[in-house]
Design a protein around this ligand. Structure first.
Ligand code: NAP
Length: 282
């Protein structure tokens, strides 16, 4: 079994971004800039925001956090969003979702300038992904593809089984894998006889959000296991959806948590920011 760490993948992506920066900076006459829009102080949001800002700055770009208390009104939040959306000095917007209930998520995600939408949430970018066109894709889903590519894991013709159908991970990942010529099965909470399906996977990707939900009974020998889950276990420790120790023997390759997909997600954010700043989608 091989442990497929996210660290070298993230380093490789950051190096790609840094290579492109000189030309993009010369074109813009300034550094590319990310704005992060947040309502509330959820620990997971703050942790992701810190990691995103650190990565963007490591790559030589700028990041700004625009934050509001959780009780912020929809009108105040939307006004701030529109200012960022119109601001010619902002190249990418990261929305910390889910928003509190008073914020109109559908309105904001449908209004975001698709050229600044570096987490691929707008209907335009979702449709482009569906059409197999070049677009800004959701960072976590893209991170899975970057890991498979970096470790030269063959996707074409392989049976990829995804556990989870969320708009941020499972669904976009299914499109990305399909665009890479995988045969894709998506499972969810209503799927019957889950083990029977997961045991057929050449590549199993879990994005369920349940600590150590997948054990060795769910995988076939030689399977590649990608664990997207970031969960807190009964001892307060971070763990994935996959029981790493139990699956390690049977799997051909497996990502750890922490240090797997999560380590790559913010590097993909930087890659998407430089793509947005370079006006690749104009
Ligand atoms: P989510 O919106 O809660 O979606 C979970 C999905 O899992 C749903 O589609 C759900 O099915 C499915 N599911 C739940 N129980 C199941 C079961 N028993 N069998 C099969 N499928 C089941 O979660 P998410 O936002 O996609 O996130 C998933 C995990 O990824 C979380 O642990 C999150 O923290 C992590 N995450 C990691 C990163 C990263 O950078 N590594 C980024 C984002 C999220 P239904 O649709 O039927 O409810």
């Amino acid at each position: 079994m091989k442990i497929i760490s996210g660290k070298p993948v993230a380093e490789h992506i950051r190096a790609e971004v840094t290579d492109k920066l000189y030309g993009v900076e010369a074109m813009l006459g300034r550094k590319p800039k990310l704005a992060i829009l947040r309502a509330g102080n959820e620990a997971a949001d703050l942790s992701y925001e810190r990691s995103a800002i650190k990565t963007i700055e490591q790559c030589g770009m700028e990041a700004e956090s625009v934050s509001f208390p959780r009780e912020v009104s929809d009108s105040v939040f939307s006004r701030s969003f529109h200012m960022l959306n119109e601001d010619a000095n902002v190249d990418g917007i990261l929305l910390m979702r889910p928003f509190p209930p008073q914020i109109n998520d559908g309105f904001i995600t449908s209004c975001i300038d698709y050229r600044k939408d570096i987490d691929g949430v707008s209907p335009i970018n979702a449709a482009s992904l569906y059409m197999g066109m070049d677009t800004l894709t959701p960072c976590t889903a893209q991170a899975v593809i970057e890991i498979l590519r970096y470790y030269k894991i063959n996707i074409r013709g392989k049976h990829a089984v995804i556990l989870g159908r969320s708009k941020v991970v499972g669904k976009p990942l299914s499109m990305l894998l399909l665009n890479e010529d995988a045969t894709v099965t998506i499972c969810h909470s209503q799927t019957e006889d889950l083990k029977k399906i997961t045991k057929k996977a050449d590549i199993l990707i879990s994005c369920v959000g349940k600590p150590r939900f997948i054990n060795s009974e769910y995988i076939k020998k030689g399977c590649v296991v990608i664990d997207v889950g970031i969960n807190i276990d009964e001892n307060g420790k971070i763990c994935g959806d996959v029981d790493f120790d139990d699956c390690a023997e049977k799997a051909r390759a497996i990502t750890p948590v922490p240090g797997g997909v999560g380590a790559v997600t913010s590097a993909v954010l930087a890659k998407n920011l430089i793509k947005a700043a370079n006006k690749d989608l104009l």
